[in-house]
Every structure is written in C-alpha cells, then in structure tokens.
Write a protein that binds this ligand. Sequence first.
Ligand code: ATP
Ligand code: MG
Length: 414
Amino acid sequence: MHDVLPGQTLLWHYAEGVIKEVLSSYGYSEIRTPIVEKTELFKRSIGEVTDIVEKEMYTFDDRNGDSLTLRPEGTAGCLRACLEHGLLHHQTHRLWYYGPMYRHERPQKGRYRQFVQLGVETYGMAGPDIDAELILLMHRLWQKLGVRDKVRLELNTLGTIEERMGYRDVLVAYFQQHKDRLDEDSLRRLNTNPLRILDSKNPEMREIIAQAPELMAHLGEDSLAHFKAITGILEDLGIAYTINTRLVRGLDYYGKTVFEWVTDALGAQGTVCAGGRYDSLIEQLGGKANFAVGFAMGMERLLALLELRDNIPLMKTVDAYLIRVGDKAQRAGMRLAETLRDELPGLKLEISVDGGSFKSQFKKADKSGADFAIILGDDEVESGLIGIKNLRQDQAQQNLPVAEVINLLRTRIE
Ligand code: ATP
Ligand code: MG
C-alpha cells in the first residue's frame, strides 16, 4: 500500500477534475458505497474460481463473527446498493464511483495492494449503444488527459452463458490434448473454469492459448449482431479497435461485450481500463432480469501515463506569497490576507509565519512557487501602500493601494 505525497496529489487533482468534467458531460451521477461488504457478495459475483477470490481478498471476521472483505473491486457493491434501494425498477442509471480497492497481490510497479479505481456502471439498457457510449466516454477522457496516443482499444464478445457452455466442452477437449503443456493453475482450472485459462498471464502458456479454438465460432446471431453494432458505432466515429478473441477478463460475471484499454508504455501492467457487459449478475444477486454494463480504470496506471507526457499539467498550489516584517506588519498582514481572500476567491495565497528578515522571507516566497510576492513592512503600513513584486519576471517592486493590488492579482489569476 502506498502513500500519495503532496507533490503527487496535484496531478491526482488534475486527473480527477478532468474525469468529473467528462462524466458529467455524459450525464453520469456519483454513487458512494462502503469499502467493506459481506465476503459472500464477492464470492457470488466475481466467482469462486478467480484470482481475486482464490488468493487476493482481504477477508476478516468482525466482532459478530460475520465474514467481511475489503472491496477488491466496485461493481459488486454498486449493484448490491442499487438492488437494495430498488434503483433498478423500471429505471435506467448511469453511475460512477471513485475510491480505493484492496487486493493482496505481489506488489510491483503499477500493482499495489491498495489502489484507486474509477468505476462506471450503467443499468437498465440492453445496448449496444450504451456499450459503445462507455468506450466513447473513455476515448474522450484519454484525449482530454493528453494520453490518447498511449492507449489502444481491444474488444471481444463472450456471448451468452449457453453459448459459452457449448464452447467450454470444445475448449476442455483441446486443453486435455495438451495437458502436459499446462501450468499448475491452468490444470486446476481445466475442470473448474476452463475459459479462465485464456486469461493466463504466464508467457509459457501463450502459444498453446493462441492455438486454442475460438469462442466467436460458437456464438449465435443475437450475440454477433450486438457485437457488430458496437464495432459499427466505433467505425462511424473513427475510433480504432482490435478484436482480441483471447480477451475473457478475470471476473466471472461478464457476458457479451468485453473490452480493455491497453498500453505498451507501462511494462507488464498493460491494462489501464477494463470492462464489459454483465447482465446475468443482476439475477445472480437476487434481482429481476435486467441489463448492466460498466468498466473500471486504475488511477495509478493512469497517473503513470500522465507522467510520461511531454508537458505534465501541474497545477500551482500558491499564486501569491505574503511577506510580513515588523510588529505592525504582522497584524496588518493577517487582516490584509483575509481581505484578499474575500475579494479574490480563486487566489491561492500563502502567508509567511514565524517572522524573519525580508531576505529570508523572499527566499521562502520564491520556493513556494508563487508568481507574486506581496510585501508588508512597517513602512508600508504607515503609508497605506502595499508592495507587490512579480517573482518570475525581472520587474521592480511596485507600491500600490490595496484596491490596485487586488485588481492586478485579479487579472493574473483569471
Ligand atoms: P490485471 O490484469 O492488471 O491484474 P485485472 O484484470 O485484475 O488487472 P480489473 O479487476 O479489471 O483488473 O481492474 C480494472 C483496472 O484496475 C485494471 O485495468 C488496472 O488498471 C487496475 N488494477 C487492478 N488491479 C490493480 C492493482 N493491484 N494495482 C493497481 N491497479 C490495479
Ligand atoms: Mg488482477
């Protein structure tokens, strides 16, 4: 689990601001759910024979002896909340959530035990337009964040449960023939969850997986038409994609559409955003048959992409730094700072504390990153004029009445 230090939070704020802007431009609303849920919820939704449930969950008994789990992802909790509050009854919803998720994974670059996801979930829409909308939304987000050239879209369709059952037999027969080449995990999954073998990250399995029969050949007309409609929309809008028939995703609840936004820029941790359709999960969790499609994006991986940009967008923490020297100036400065904050709500103003000479306070002003120093000595208090100096341009200090200082700062921060 990692700390995000003040220097890094600026970039987080930038990304979060852009994300919220894009989400609201598509009419999405935020939902907030607890960080812990009953363990059973994740077992039932993500699937017993998945990496997450088998080896990655932080599970504990609370004081009542109930088994709880720190959420490893947000889809299950989001859907649980919507079912519990009757939100899926003859309604459609476009929702997002944002927050920490927990998985006991082997830590490495881009893989943490606490990480932050943006999740987007939609309910009540059979698609394929809504499946496509989620892709368009992410496409827009990448563009706004200046990382569109670093990610590409991979798409697949998993068809319906019945279609996958037919394929499952063919797949098991194929892997049985090559049993000697399967790793330990895959051997185990051969009987429990053979599709999951296609999701293996073991490079030694790559070749045998590449030659496996394809699910696409086992899909019915409806599934194929749904998929074709999505790719049609993407083509209309000029959004490039590749079909990756091995893309199955590591969670059991997906059916029909699955997609990933992947990058080559971050080494092994190549998936930045992933999702798909999961209609059947609603009934599985006790709801009436309905429609659901969503995705999750890993914020740490997004931040790593942002750091690769040529010009990293950094927001300032301080616009102006107030220097106060002398007893009268100390008191007058406190009042002046509050007046400036009243008049200029957008101004980021830092005030010097604990005194010091003009020289040492100017050094602090420079270090703060502020563009302006506002200078108050006892002379300035006497004269009623306030010193202001541009720290980033070679200009002399000016002494101005408060109203003019406010006007000058106003033109510079807006
Ligand atoms: P991976 O293939 O990298 O293990 P996953 O298939 O387990 O990812 P999902 O459960 O679909 O990932 O989560 C969606 C996104 O959340 C991922 O694409 C990734 O950006 C992020 N993510 C998942 N696990 C971690 C982690 N341990 N640390 C940081 N980010 C993560
Ligand atoms: Mg994983």
